[in-house]
Design a protein around this ligand. Structure first.
Ligand code: HEC
Length: 186
């Protein structure tokens, strides 16, 4: 293939890919907005945080983690009447690097890495609630030392095909390596 046709193929592929990416954002937090430099809150599109009367939490978090241990953690969003729900979670060190490892075995979740940080989020098939809540479970393998900040943003939606009437939530928790930590001395 000549160089010019490779270029025009690439341009054509991009033109096809862009609308697809835009449609995907209707069920997933848009990948375009992941990463620290490009991070955009769900509330930019889905309504002001604090407007809903529900609750977002991470269940199963230890108060201090054992180095290298795997913890099953559950993101839980509760809002009476919510029909759809979604979230985006990251575990980061104080300077924004990936902290520990996120292991996903749930086909209703998606993992996306941006700027070295793993973001876990709902997939198209993972947004139905039971009318009151939705939870998503994953495994987190603790790092060897340090402190870790989990941050989650979530959307409770009314499934009307518009961002009107949706509510956003955020939750964060910081934990540190517990006693017996094999952390490095500084
Ligand atoms: C750039 C705008 C934009 C951002 C940022 C965004 N979304 Fe959306 N999202 C949309 C649009 C548009 C829809 C389709 C309309 C709707 O259903 O609310 C949608 C739909 C959804 C739905 C289905 C809602 C329903 O009622 O059917 C969920 C769940 C969702 N988004 C989660 C998220 C989460 C979680 C984040 C943040 C991590 C996020 N979105 C960030 C634009 C956005």
């Amino acid at each position: 293939m000549r160089r010019s046709s490779i270029v025009s193929f690439a341009v054509a592929a991009l033109a096809v890919a862009l609308p697809v990416a835009a449609t995907a954002s209707t069920s997933n937090p848009p990948d375009l907005y992941l990463g620290q430099k490009a991070a955009v809150s769900c509330n930019i599109c889905h309504g002001r945080a604090g407007a809903g009367n529900g609750n977002l939490s991470i269940q199963g978090l230890p108060s201090a983690f054992e180095p290298g241990k795997s913890y099953p953690l559950t993101v839980k969003l509760v809002e009476t009447g919510a029909k759809k729900a979604g979230f985006r979670l990251a575990a980061q060190t104080a300077d924004g690097k990936q902290a520990g490892k996120i292991v996903n075995r749930d086909p209703s979740l998606d993992v996306h890495v941006a700027e070295g940080v793993t973001y876990l989020k709902q997939s198209y098939n993972g947004t139905d609630t039971n009318g009151t809540e939705r939870s998503w479970t994953f495994l987190w393998k603790a790092p060897e030392s340090g402190s870790v900040k989990f941050s989650v943003e979530a959307v409770a939606g009314d499934a009307d095909g518009s961002v009107q009437g949706d509510h956003t939530y955020s939750y964060s928790a910081a934990i540190e390596a517990g006693q017996g930590s094999r952390g490095q001395a500084d």
